[in-house]
Write a protein of this length. Structure first.
Length: 165
């Protein structure tokens, strides 16, 4: 498919196993060897690049006994990158990702049908409560609450394209 020696930052997308789905949606998993090769450490913020110039940011976690040329990503992350399982993405280390001062999100209308009232407290507050959630302008985020899932689009970030919240 591609020469791994020429492009060590190109990885094949795999799905996150069911036992890790409850973890943060913005986390990706790579092998120990790949982490060492790319000088990435657990909890660092990385930039992922997919198809059609789509980008998003995630936190990296390291797995033992995992193929070196693969990366585990959530369905939400793959959708933001416009890739499918088995597609190749590139990852790049991000230095000094600033914290967002303001995030402007809008809900998708079809995910809020039948909901009334405030969407911030039941959906957005728990999503960002843990802190250090990387987001990119243009990302779609899924927030769970009240036995429902609501999707929001990140319309604007102050002061730039991607930040930790």
């Amino acid at each position: 498919m591609f020469d791994q020696k020429d492009s060590p930052n190109r990885l094949v997308c795999d799905d996150i196993p069911a036992d890790k789905v409850g973890d943060s949606i913005c986390t990706v998993y790579i092998s120990v060897n790949k982490s060492t090769e790319l000088e990435l450490f657990r909890g660092e913020t990385i930039l992922l690049k997919g198809k059609r110039r789509k980008e998003t940011v995630c936190l990296v976690e390291v797995l033992e006994d995992y193929p070196d040329n693969h990366i585990q990503t959530s369905r939400v992350t793959r959708n933001n990158l416009h890739v499918k399982l088995g597609d190749v993405i590139t990852i790049h280390k991000l230095e000094d990702v600033p914290n967002a001062q303001a995030i402007h999100v809008l809900p998708y209308i079809d995910t809020i049908e039948g909901l009334t009232g405030d969407l911030f407290d039941p959906f957005l507050r728990p999503y960002f409560a843990n802190g250090y959630i990387p987001v990119t302008q243009g990302d779609v985020i899924q927030c769970h609450g009240g036995m429902r899932t609501v999707e929001f689009k990140v319309v604007e970030l102050t002061p730039g394209p991607y930040y930790n919240n």
